[in-house]
Design a protein around this ligand. Structure first.
Ligand code: NAD
Ligand code: IPM
Ligand code: MN
Length: 343
């Protein structure tokens, strides 16, 4: 039976992860889950962010379920880079998979888009780009201060994530991949992405392709999200576009993700797209659906597609019964989802 590691993390992380675990236990009894105490509390207590010994232990699991990382009491970047990005990089989770759909029975914010019409997936590169950490600063706190961040793009890294996007598209109904970049300004990295895209596209004559600049894609995601099937893009563009995609499909509380190492050499990690939401943490009002749908992606990855479908259908039932504007309670939603998934 599968062994998963759980990193609940900060803020609403533990609140929503508890519901995801409840649902996993309901549909797949016998999964062993080991909790790892990482995040702001441990950092304050011990100064540790992600000790090497813990990284080694995590590597021995079949998958990782993560809540959220980041806290206002910790300087920006310490936990985000030192814990979350370190995991994505150390475990070579180069496919950051972020599906968005406008669930039947729910109302998105767009008057021109009907439920069921949006079903897209962003394949966000997860280990390179501006996230690689290259750059530096000079003359700090002087009028001459300069800071640079460099975007790292390797042919290997770009081509493999594009290949993953095409493979996914080939299995979907519309078989369409949109490359999103900014080739008109980022001429070095943009050219690499465009050439790699063209090369991989040639291997998939059955898949339709298009290219959009990221600014236009941001606009079309709001005006016509229905037009997208699979979107492949770099790390930072993907970060931003997936919050937009979440917003137009019912909100950040529903957006799930998988940080995937497709070869299975390292564990993949499943986490909501949202963060630790300090503004609502501790109130018991966070929507656990994003975490629960991330658990569905985890179950699928671990080879339990039936369990994943039961979880997804439970979410569909839950969402079809919500009344807009009525506040939710995190635990009650978790209880209902576990019930629907086992009914
Ligand atoms: P956030 O996603 O935490 O919150 C943005 C807004 O969305 C807030 O108003 C919040 O209340 C709301 N929200 C988020 N999740 C929700 C849920 N499940 N139900 C209802 N409302 C929800 O983004 P932020 O405020 O920019 O960042 C807060 C912290 O989280 C920062 O430290 C940031 O670095 C970190 N962060 C972590 C991750 C991650 O762990 N993957 C992702 C994004 C941000
Ligand atoms: C996300 C988050 C992270 C990212 C941060 C917290 C490092 O915003 O998972 O979307 O930028 O990838
Ligand atoms: Mn983000």
């Amino acid at each position: 039976m599968a062994r998963i590691a759980v990193v609940a993390g900060d803020g609403i992380g533990p609140e929503v992860v508890a519901q995801a675990r409840k649902v996993i236990d309901a549909v797949l009894p016998g999964v062993t889950a080991t909790e790892y105490d990482l995040g702001a509390a441990r950092y304050h207590r011990t100064g540790e962010v992600l000790p090497d010994s813990v990284l080694t232990e995590l590597a021995g699991h079949d998958a990782i379920l993560l809540g959220a990382v980041g806290d206002p009491t910790v300087p920006p970047g310490v936990l985000e880079r030192g814990l979350l990005l370190k995991l994505r990089f150390a475990f070579d989770q180069y496919v950051n998979l972020r599906p968005s759909r406008l669930w039947p029975g729910t109302a998105g914010p767009l008057a021109n888009v009907k439920p069921g019409e949006v079903d897209l997936v962003v394949v966000r590169e997860g280990t390179e780009g501006l996230y690689a950490g290259a750059g530096g600063s000079l003359h700090r706190d002087t009028p001459a201060e300069v800071a640079t961040e460099e975007s790292l793009n390797t042919r290997h890294g770009v081509e493999r994530v594009i290949r993953d996007a095409f493979t996914r598209a080939a299995r979907r109904e519309r078989r369409r991949v949109t490359l999103v970049h900014k080739t008109n300004v980022l001429t070095h990295a943009g050219s690499l992405w465009a050439r790699a895209f063209e090369a991989v596209a040639a291997e998939h004559p059955d898949v339709t392709t298009e290219y959009q600049h990221v600014d236009a894609a941001a606009m079309f995601l709001v005006t016509q999200p229905q037009r997208y099937d699979v979107v492949v893009t770099d790390n930072l563009f993907g970060d931003i576009l997936t919050d937009i995609a979440a917003a137009v499909t019912g909100g950040i509380g529903l957006a799930a993700s998988g940080c995937i190492n497709p070869e299975g050499r390292y564990p993949s990690m499943f986490e909501p797209v949202h963060g630790s939401a300090p503004d609502i943490a501790g109130k018991g009002v966070a929507d656990p659906v994003a975490a629960v749908l991330s658990a569905a992606l985890l179950l699928e990855q671990l080879g339990h597609p039936d369990a994943a479908v039961r979880v997804t259908e439970a979410v569909a039932t839950e969402l079809s019964q919500r009344t807009p504007g009525v506040p939710l309670r995190t635990e009650e939603v978790g209880d209902r989802l576990a019930g629907y998934a086992t009914a």
